[in-house]
Write a protein that binds this ligand. Structure first.
Ligand code: ADP
Length: 322
């Protein structure tokens, strides 16, 4: 069946670079004579028929912008039989032959359900968590790393001036990739991630005392969101070490900002590839990058894979932060 009309949506947590991916999808499709609809606010847009036909200029001036011009949403209704049927009906009514879903693993589960109901879908990983197993870099991860690093560099300036300890929470409920890489980049004394159990005395107090003995007076402790409780940690650190300690939760600032070069290029490549997959009759695939090569996996298989934690990087981080 020739693909004549496709749609694109962004879903779940937004990530910088999603716009660049949308732009690539729209331009690739139009360039190949395929009509494209934008679907607004994730799966809600499919349920409510909130769509707009795109032209080449519809995606002008968005490549450099964070967030998503198509808006995003979490859609509990889509997870119901009724909501799903409405979404499928919208696709049928509009004559959509294929859908590109830019989002995280939750969004891909939704895409899988649509595929089962006869709507061919391709997933593009857009999430700052970098938690898609078969994909070495997800769209938005590099930008979030750089944003965190920039913010923590600022904290370092002030904690250095006051001989303080900064206990900083970065995003990552289940995945510590962001925490680990940022921790290395900012020279953290210790990094707490959900994947590795920690011992307060051994991993925080002893490390601080050891480095203090060699003359260090200010400290950065990076804590992944999944560990949390940074206020409590800062209080206990101050009590045990006498070093004035402050907790900072970076929060949603980590999601925003203009995408980095890496994320813009990655998103452009992935968007282009996703349309190629649809045009070659593929469905239920997720676009990934491995060793700088864009490739694809079956969504179901991709969702089953577990991403292994980089314990070698974790070792390096702690070996050099003395
Ligand atoms: P992310 O895509 O960033 O992981 P979510 O997990 O919130 O974000 O998922 C985004 C949306 O995808 C949800 O609001 C829901 O509409 C849909 N979704 C998530 N999980 C499922 C599922 N198991 N089946 C069908 N749809 C799902």
């Amino acid at each position: 069946m020739a693909i004549k009309k496709i749609a694109v949506l962004t879903s779940g947590g937004d990530a910088p670079g999603m716009n660049a991916a949308v732009r690539a999808v729209v331009r690739t499709a139009l360039g190949r004579g395929v009509d494209v609809y934008a679907v607004y606010r994730g799966y809600n847009g499919l349920i409510n028929g909130d769509v707009k036909e795109m032209n080449l200029r519809s995606v002008s001036d968005i490549i450099h912008r964070g967030g998503t011009a198509l808006y995003s949403a979490r859609s509990p209704e889509f997870c119901t039989e009724e909501g799903m049927n409405k979404a499928v009906d919208t696709c049928k009514k509009l004559g959509i032959d294929g859908l590109v879903v830019i989002g995280g693993d939750g969004s891909f589960r939704g895409a899988q359900d649509l595929c089962r109901r006869g709507v061919p879908c391709i997933g593009i990983p857009g999430t700052i968590d970098n938690d898609i197993s078969c994909c070495e870099h997800t769209i938005g991860y590099d930008t979030a790393l750089n944003t965190c690093m920039e913010m923590i560099d600022r904290l370092r300036d002030t904690s250095e001036s006051h001989d303080r300890c900064s206990v900083v929470e970065v995003m990552g409920r289940h995945a510590g990739y962001l925490a680990l890489n940022v921790g290395i980049a900012v020279g953290a004394t210790t990094i707490l991630v959900p994947e590795v159990p920690y011992d307060f005395e051994r991993d925080i107090i002893d490390r601080m005392k050891k480095t203090a003995a060699t003359g260090k007076k200010h400290f950065i402790i990076i804590v992944a969101e999944g560990i949390g409780r940074v206020e409590e940690l800062a209080k206990r650190i101050e009590e045990e070490t006498g070093v004035e300690s402050r907790a900072t939760i970076l929060g949603h600032v980590q999601r925003g900002g203009n995408p980095t070069v890496y994320d813009r290029v990655l998103a452009s490549r992935m968007g282009n590839y996703a349309v190629e997959l649809l045009l070659s009759g593929k469905s239920k695939r997720v676009v990934t990058i491995q060793q700088d090569r864009i490739t694809d996996f079956d969504i179901e298989e991709a969702l089953k894979m577990k991403k292994s934690f980089d314990s070698e990087l974790y070792r390096v981080a702690h070996e050099i932060s003395i």
